[in-house]
Design a protein around this ligand. Sequence first.
Ligand code: CTP
Length: 402
Amino acid sequence: MFPALHAKKVLLGISGSIAAYKTPFLVRALINAGAEVQVVMTPASKSFVAPLSLSTVSNKPVYSEFVESEDDLWNNHVGLGLWADLMLIAPASANTLSKMSQATCDNLLLAVYLSAKCPVYFAPAMDLDMHEHPATQEVIQQLVMRDNIHIPAQEGELASGLQGVGRMQEPDQIVDFIEKDLAAKMPLMGQKILITAGPTYEPIDPVRYIGNHSSGKMGYAIANEAASQGAEVVLISGPTDEIPIHPAIRLVRTSTTDEMLESCLQDFDDCNILVMAAAVADYKPKNLKKNKIKKTENTSSIELVKTIDILQQLGEKKSNQLLVGFSLETENELANAKSKLQKKNLDAIVLNSLADKGAGFQHNTNKITFIPAKGKHKTYPLKNKSEVAIDILDEIKTMIDA
Ligand code: CTP
């Protein structure tokens, strides 16, 4: 299962139904799937499950009133509604469902529901006759027509002792349902993206190497964003201190240019997109010394030979892959980047210039110009690398859709 709930902010609304006793397990299952959970309860639900249990498992205070009586603090329902990436109302009682469809707003949960701009999932729970009643079915249909997402009740034993449809789905099933639904809607689902990041190190002797100041931050930010948009990400990294955040990223650690090429070749044939953000060394020592070089002479020189150009080689090999290179320049930026784009048979190149303050190596920010092989280039303002990653992937998605 794709970890689609990773780092998602989930607002769990609990209404008054016996199924509410399962909600601490639901909170646990959501958190285990990587989500952050904020619980909002209707007053009636507190008879079925203790707020203390929920605040303990969610590690957050639980909200239920517009104003908390002890400290006269107003619970900002608009803020809660806007905070969430998704809202889940589980269990959704017949009463709460009906109020949701009518825009009745007589408790905090309903006010948050009406304020939420995110997708809303609801998992009904009630006795079979209440569930079957045409009025309930009409309400459910109406909510679905308004793009609320229905997690249908199951058949089974009900609190009344009767058997029928009305049981809330089990917590694990609800989490599975949401993960599948979110994954299916992710814009990069089905795309395999190969991303390189960081520097390469070319050894001189067992102690020293030729390297560069690349931090790997840009490539890692693209990898994290691509994974959170549903892509299958293979991150081929040179030596850096960065660590991938998203659990769906497959990290391959490399050191030299030759190792990076070898790793790229292993996944290149069946990838859809390659983003070559690594700062690959252009030269390496002709001969690797077996022992540490001693400082016997006043001057010393190392004979260098060109490294293999990974991107150029993959450009020659490409079939249907979309290839995006990076170009770090200090002068004649646009012309140099465009000539690399052509020479390496790329579909686009991302230009960053060391002449721009806050751009390029080491920084948490970058300023890029995205240059497609066909069409106009676009220069973006200075942004955080995580925001730049979104811009680059948006450009790539436009190219895929074209
Ligand atoms: N690149 C590569 N293999 C190399 C050198 C560069 O794959 N041996 C890739 C980089 O990852 C980048 C693009 O080629 O995506 C352009 O790299 P850059 O260093 O800007 O240009 P070079 O082609 O190395 O040319 P120069 O250093 O002369 O500017």
